[in-house]
Design a protein around this ligand. Structure first.
Ligand code: ADP
Ligand code: MG
Length: 429
């Protein structure tokens, strides 16, 4: 791994070419003629620069953090150190979930720059889902990724010392956590300059959210859990825009929000983004038959993601529990084993309740907050978009406020989603 000593500067095309040409391993990979490399900026994300560089032998992706939020500009500074945390978490994920993240090729701390495997012909999963594509490998891959990264960074797998070192290693990523704390758990529920929604159709619903004290309590509990529960190393932004896919492969990218937090936040992010794709489906051009097939696949995937995640996580717990939590000496004999197994099931029920709540928070922020998603945004007719969004919000409000009481299994969640498929909400305007 290269260690640049120079000060930070933004590497646009020419400077990037010169920089990469000085890295022998990368030259070998790309091909010996730097002048012939093609360099294209492809960053469609909200925060950073991403370049694809291709030579006659191969290609790489280069990601560089900017000292501000790309989506907003220099008026919103953001620490470059996020590149360090992204690199650190990618390394950890590569070790725990091999083959499910892009390979790391080079990192320069001072430049906040990482070179990684070029994912090609992968596309962003969210784009594929907007087009109605199904991904047969997704369930198995994403559940392995989550079960393994979450289990092996938790107190169930680590010694107390290792776990606390892990927390410390990511504690400095608090600026990125603060973005989540504000944009997901706070702003959508109050008047905030950066909020937006499909107006005028959702004006009344936005106002309702700001008056809904049950919801404010529920989201504040989730915010507290996010802030105060370092259960495991999270990806921190595990939506379908952070997953690149082909029919046969799944790769998780962009873990710059990584920190030690509650596991349900990652699992809930995946479920929320599938559920939003489900509700958005009604607004996209597809025949009734295609629509039905796609929506059945999405809800089936929601169920399998939870079920397979839970199965794999429990399997790891039974087989690989080397951590300081639940000392095995306290659960000796048949009676102990049975009691511990019951406790594992109880743990998964609590994790499910967290997951459902976080899924709801992740949904509401995409409809009323700063960052929206193309599942809804690409529905051109704003009234159709508002119908899809209002259905998603109706489900999310129920999930958040009644998480423990009314949603005990994943089938309760998909059943509620199915019931809202053709619900006609009253819109403003
Ligand atoms: P940001 O942090 O700014 O959101 P991302 O890490 O999400 O940036 O990357 C932005 C875009 O760049 C992705 O949506 C994807 O299209 C592309 N991209 C990122 N990493 C790779 C990669 N390893 N291979 C190919 N394309 C990539
Ligand atoms: Mg990002």
């Amino acid at each position: 791994m290269g260690q640049g000593q120079g000060d930070y500067r933004i590497l646009h095309e020419a400077a990037l070419r010169d920089y990469l040409a000085e890295q022998p391993d990368l030259v070998t990979l790309l091909g010996a003629e730097p002048v012939s490399w093609s360099i294209t900026e492809v960053g469609d994300g909200n925060l950073n620069l991403v370049f694809i560089v291709k030579g006659d032998r191969g290609g790489v992706a280069v990601k560089q953090a900017l000292p501000y939020v790309r989506l907003v500009g220099e008026s919103w500074p953001l620490p470059l150190s996020r590149a360090h945390y992204e690199y650190l978490s990618l390394s950890k994920q590569a070790q725990l979930a091999p083959g499910l993240v892009p390979a790391l090729l080079h990192h320069n701390e001072a430049l906040a720059l990482t070179v990684m495997e070029l994912l090609e012909p992968h596309i962003i999963m969210r784009k594929g889902m907007v087009a109605g594509t199904q991904y047969p490998r997704f369930v198995d891959d994403i559940t392995s990724f989550m079960a393994r990264t979450l289990f092996f960074t938790s107190d169930l797998a680590l010694s107390a010392a290792e776990k606390k070192q892990g927390i410390a290693a990511f504690a400095g990523n608090h600026a990125l956590c603060k973005i989540t704390e504000d944009l997901i758990f706070t702003d959508p529920y109050r008047i905030a300059e950066q909020n937006r929604w499909t107006s005028p159709y959702l004006d009344a619903l936005a106002a309702e959210l700001r008056e809904d004290m049950e919801l404010h309590v529920a989201v504040s509990r989730l915010k507290l859990k996010f802030m105060a529960s370092p259960e495991a190393l999270l990806h921190g932004d595990l939506h379908t825009g952070s997953i690149m896919v082909t029919d046969g492969q799944t790769r998780v990218i962009d873990p710059e929000f990584a920190f030690y937090g509650p596991m349900g936040f990652d699992v809930g992010a995946v479920l929320a983004n599938l559920l939003m794709a489900y509700f958005a489906s009604a607004g996209h051009e597809r025949s009734p038959g295609e629509r039905q097939v796609f929506e059945d696949w999405v809800l089936g995937t929601v169920e399998q993601v939870w079920n397979e995640f839970a199965r794999k996580f429990l399997e790891l717990w039974r087989d690989e529990a080397a951590g300081d939590a639940y000392p095995i000496s306290l659960f000796a004999g048949e009676k102990g084993a049975a009691r511990l197994e019951a406790e594992r099931q109880a743990y998964m029920r609590r994790l499910f309740t967290d997951t459902v709540g976080f899924a709801a928070a992740k949904t509401i922020r995409r409809i009323f907050g700063l960052a929206h998603n193309i599942d809804f945004e690409l529905i051109e007719d704003p009234k159709k978009r508002a119908f899809s969004e209002a259905r998603a919000v109706r489900l999310a409000r129920g999930l958040m406020v009644e998480a423990a009481a009314a949603f005990r299994t994943i089938a309760d969640v998909t059943g509620a989603a199915r019931k809202l498929r053709d619900w006609m909400p009253e819109l403003s305007g």
